[in-house]
Every structure is written in structure tokens, then in C-alpha cells.
Design a protein around this ligand. Structure first.
Ligand code: BEZ
Length: 268
């Protein structure tokens, strides 16, 4: 491991990692979450992995993009909290570790840290950014895409309404962090980065397996709090609320995704 960083911002001492809320099913994710990596072309191009680089894939999930970084000739380590998804990544022959993004323990060893569709699950962004800064070599790049302000607004509102009706746990309703570009740029600057690119991009996402698959996979922590048959009724209620906005006349569903994409360089 390389030497410890002295001039990256330190994590605020009072901040402790929030408890993870989401449990993943690898099979649900493979079926209903394919769009996550299928639509990652723009952020992968922004990363531009080069042969010989050492890259950290933060929130690597089942390793689909980790494998692409490896195929580009870089040496890549994936980290994630989900045992189920990490097991799939290991079966692909990838180097991965179970690690909370709020508690990264690397020191100046990566040329780049990459993250796709994972940072919005990490609700103490100052801790994450401090860990990324420490993990990077001076001048190293942090390239990421997460849900941005307004992401899944209709879906979150429908889940909130179902939670209100059924007395669900409010902490499980929308356990995500969807910052504005200004907010995230400010967090990066305060964390020892120079922001090079930051864009909020609406990206309506056709859901080949429908909205029920999306809710089952990404809203699992919320719906699983209800025992059957209440759980299935809650899903049907959310679908009915969403239908007028997100389902077209042919029955095709679209998720109201908004992406926040950025490149930031760790200050020397
Ligand atoms: C997203 O990729 O935008 C997303 C995924 C899970 C929950 C919420 C949003």
C-alpha cells in the first residue's frame, strides 16, 4: 500500500456511516437492473481506463463494468457491500473486496476511482468523498455517475404515498442521496477535489421488465417491510399510482431517471 495522504480532506470525525438499507438479490438485479450497465457508456467513456492504470470500482455490484475496466488493460479492484453481488463478481474472476464506501481504507494507491449508480446509496457523502480522496494518488481522477436531483421523483412520490397509507417506516421510503450539481460540486471542492465536469442529465429509461421489476429490485427494502399479502398489495398500489405518468398506451414502462455525471481531480 502506498504512503498515507496528508493533504486530502479528512472525514468529519462526528460522522458515522449510516446503516445500509438495501439488500440485493443477484438474480433480480441481473434481470431487472440490466439497464444500469447497458446505459453506462457515457460515464465509462468519461473514465477512459488506460492499460497499466490502477482503478478502484466503488460500488462494483456484480462486476459487469469492473470486467470492462479490466478488459481495457487496467488493474482494477471492485468494492461493494453486497455479499450476493460480490459472489457473482468473483465468479467472473475479478478482484473484489467487501467494503462500505463510507469506510474506504486505501492510501494514495489508485490512478482513478470510478463509480456508476452506487453513490446515491451512500448517504454520508462527505465520508465517501474523504475516503476517495485518500485512495487516489495526487492528481488522480474521481469519475462517477449517480442519481441526481429529481431522480425517480415520480417513483419516490408513489412509494411515499403508499408508505403514508400503510404506516410504513419513513426511513425506508426513499433512502437515496440525489444531489444537485451545485451541492455535489461543493462537497467535492470541500473534500480536496477540483471539479472538471459536472452535468445533470435527464435519462428516461425504458424498463424491459416493467415497473414491477424495478420496484422489486430497487425498492426492495421498502416493500419487504410488509408481510404478504400486504407486500403484494403495496406493490400494486404503487403501480396504480405510477401508471398514468410512466406507462405508455402500449403498456411500456419508463423510469424517470436523472443522472449526475462528474469528473473531479484530487488536489496535489
Ligand atoms: C437509479 O439508478 O437511479 C436508482 C437506483 C435505485 C434506486 C433509486 C435510483
Amino acid at each position: 500500500m502506498a504512503a498515507a495522504v496528508t493533504n486530502a480532506a479528512k472525514a468529519p470525525e462526528s460522522e458515522t456511516p449510516p446503516k445500509p438499507v438495501q439488500r440485493w438479490s443477484a438474480s433480480d438485479y441481473a434481470r431487472n437492473g440490466r439497464f444500469v450497465h447497458e446505459l453506462a457508456g457515457p460515464i465509462f467513456a468519461m473514465l477512459g481506463p488506460r492499460p497499466g492504470e490502477r482503478i478502484l470500482d466503488l460500488g462494483c455490484g456484480d462486476g459487469t463494468l469492473t470486467a470492462e475496466i479490466k478488459a481495457a488493460g487496467a488493474s482494477v479492484l471492485g468494492v461493494d457491500l453486497s455479499d450476493e453481488l460480490l459472489a457473482v463478481a468473483r465468479m467472473k474472476g475479478l478482484a473484489v473486496r467487501k467494503l462500505d464506501g463510507h469506510a474506504l481504507d486505501f492510501a494514495s494507491e489508485f490512478d482513478a476511482v470510478f463509480s456508476n449508480a452506487a453513490l446515491h446509496w451512500m448517504r454520508a457523502p462527505q465520508l465517501v468523498i474523504a475516503g476517495v480522496a485518500q485512495a487516489l494518488k495526487p492528481g488522480g481522477r474521481f469519475v462517477g455517475e449517480l442519481g441526481g436531483h429529481g431522480n425517480v421523483a415520480a417513483i419516490a412520490t408513489a412509494i411515499r404515498a403508499v408508505g403514508d397509507r400503510r404506516g410504513g417506516d419513513p426511513a425506508l421510503v426513499a433512502p437515496w442521496f440525489f444531489p444537485t450539481p451545485e451541492e455535489y460540486a461543493q462537497l467535492l471542492s470541500a473534500g480536496g477535489f477540483t471539479v472538471k465536469e459536472m452535468a445533470l442529465v435527464p435519462r428516461p429509461t425504458p424498463l424491459r421488465t416493467g415497473m414491477e421489476g424495478w420496484l422489486r429490485t430497487f425498492g426492495r427494502s421498502f416493500f419487504d417491510q410488509f408481510p404478504e399479502p400486504e407486500r403484494s398489495e403495496a406493490v400494486q398500489e404503487a403501480l396504480a399510482l405510477l401508471h398514468p405518468s410512466l406507462c405508455d398506451k402500449r403498456g411500456a414502462w419508463t423510469a424517470d431517471h436523472v443522472r449526475l455525471r462528474f469528473i473531479a481531480l484530487r488536489n496535489a
